[in-house]
Design a protein around this ligand. Sequence first.
Ligand SMILES: Nc1ncnc2c1ncn2[C@@H]1O[C@H](COP(=O)(O)OP(=O)(O)OP(=O)(O)O)[C@@H](O)[C@H]1O
Ligand SMILES: [Mg+2]
Length: 277
Amino acid sequence: MLAKEEEFIARFAARASHASQVQSRVKKIAKIERIEIPAEQRSIKFEFAEPPRSGDDVVRIEALGKTWPRPDGGEKSVFGGITGTIRRQEKIAVVGVNGAGKSTFLKVLAGQAEPTAGSLTLGANVFPGYFSQHAMDILDPRKTVLDTVQDAMPQAHLGTLRNLCAAFLFQGDDIYKKIDCLSGGEKSRVVLATMLVQPINLLILDEPTNHLDIQSRETLLAALQNFSGTVVLVSHDRHFLRCLVNRVFEIDHGQMRIYDGHYEYYLEKSGREHQAA
Ligand SMILES: Nc1ncnc2c1ncn2[C@@H]1O[C@H](COP(=O)(O)OP(=O)(O)OP(=O)(O)O)[C@@H](O)[C@H]1O
Ligand SMILES: [Mg+2]
């Protein structure tokens, strides 16, 4: 936007006919606070290897239901009767209010929890990877960032590992930091970096952007946009959803509604445009 405005000003600055427009634009952009992104943090791109291609049907879901045991010995039904197919290269957002069952659905999808009704079948050559809200706990706290990334890519050269770390914003000596000294956001970045270099073609991501700053969110967004596999994710970040997803699964009162379109389409069709994220 700034570049465009500046170009307009440069082009028309000398023309009396545009004087007032130029004036107002000069004033407008003077008011905008500019943030300088340090040069070394700018647009570090990492070329992820293509994951193996899965079959066209990635997951078949039939009459799927899940209940959790309640402390009083009863059962709490989270959802039921979910039927549908997840196809290759779909980027699906799972949405719903707090407690609707989004994380439960992802857990069942990732094989981390057993369905209590119906079935869920993975297609041919599907290699799932799961990022939970507690994904950071799988890291070994005694290892450094570099060691952790190296474990995920044992064949890679140091230069490649450094690039991967840099793409996830670990520069210079940061790569020698121990996991147990990292912040939540830094740990998330390590987990995501190591996941994205695996031969995974179904990414199941539960609120991956939660602890991430803007820059890391953009890095992850770019990686997911270029990802040739299938993505199922929960996120409350509307920008992320707008830029990424092409299908929306909404869980509402134990039922799932499927919207075959982008996030905007879902907002419009569901009438949730004016509700908070
Ligand atoms: N392991 C569990 N044992 C028992 N009940 C659970 C368990 N996990 C979730 N629940 C219950 O299942 C329901 C759905 O929870 P879930 O975490 O799937 O919701 P969510 O949509 O992910 O919510 P949020 O947006 O807050 O993350 C809640 O009532 C929750 O208390
Ligand atoms: Mg959740």
